[in-house]
Design a protein around this ligand. Sequence first.
Ligand code: UDP
Length: 372
Amino acid sequence: MNKKILVVGAGFSGATIANLFATKLNYDVHIIDKKGHIAGISYDYTDNNGIVIHKYGSHIFHTSNEKVWNFISQFCDFNQYIHKVLVFIDGKYCSLPFNLNSIYQVFNKQKAQIIEEKLYKKYEYNKKISVLDFLNQDDEDLKKLARYVYEKIFLPYSLKQWGFKPDELNCDVCARVPIFISKDDRYFQDKYQGIPKDGYTNLISKMLNYPNIKVSLNCDFKTVRNSLKDYDMIFYTGAIDEYFGYKFGQLPYRSVRLELEEYNQEFYQFNSVINYPCAQKFTRIHEYKYFSNIKINKTVIAKEYPEAFVLGKNNRCYPILKKDNFILYEKYLNEAKAKNNLCFLGRLGDYMYYDMDKAILRAIEVFDSLDI
Ligand code: UDP
């Protein structure tokens, strides 16, 4: 009889580990998800107009990791989409990450030239600086620039997105969107980027489409908890605090609510994603049509409203990377270490703000590190 594993959660982490066990070791894999669909928060679907909707917000695949790229490219082709983001400040739109083009978009030419010169003197071209480090300036003009960027883009956005100021969060969070000493307007500088031509749900479905992988949807871990002895190993990509019955308390998360609007026009806005740090209650507007080449006179947008995660009400989307939460997570991690044949991974299992490529990489590394 083949050996058997249980994988809890059918997002990128679960699908990667499931695929590796099924294809490399010929294990029988049972993958369960409490949602009615696979693909976790990368889930997408095609609406009545033929527009592909990213149900939980825009997902753009990007990686510079060859291992991840080679793995994922087995299952889909990617389109040529290059992600760019605009941010709305005081009635103007400028490039994000805030870069040398952004300066000219928000200041007059004379002022922008002075600032640009000073930035060239201080930093190497293509340098990325976290906004919190960028605030430490000696020069008066650069000091004002740094305050401007902090106060107009990072402070209000973070308050809406997280309910905290940037400096109350782990520095990696804001560093995801640096100040960029460059004229490169791309949101990501990774070697590989794009969107799966047939969508994320189809991609995950291909990862799981093997005779020795069984997928059970609408299947809560609680319902299989009593039959864990049937499995040689368990890979749990759900929330680690939930697994342990919240015995040390709940790990906090941010959730988001996406409100869809449909319009009878070709496009609603002039970029796929526009951020609104100050104006409006939402943080950004996604316009999905930009991700594919569909030519129709209709478009769908999603306004993204961050909100607290409340058990039973909404989804866990982002772990809140703060010192107190790491301390709480460590307690669960210590419990996890004491369990044989049980491995936690993924955004919720590791309490980490993984992008899709990082979730895949973590699952590949877990697989490679096993002594089987
Ligand atoms: N951020 C910000 N202003 C912006 C965009 C991002 O302050 O206009 C900060 C904010 O704290 C956000 C983080 O940078 O949560 C990461 O942004 P990213 O676009 O990577 O978030 P994601 O797409 O993962 O939601």
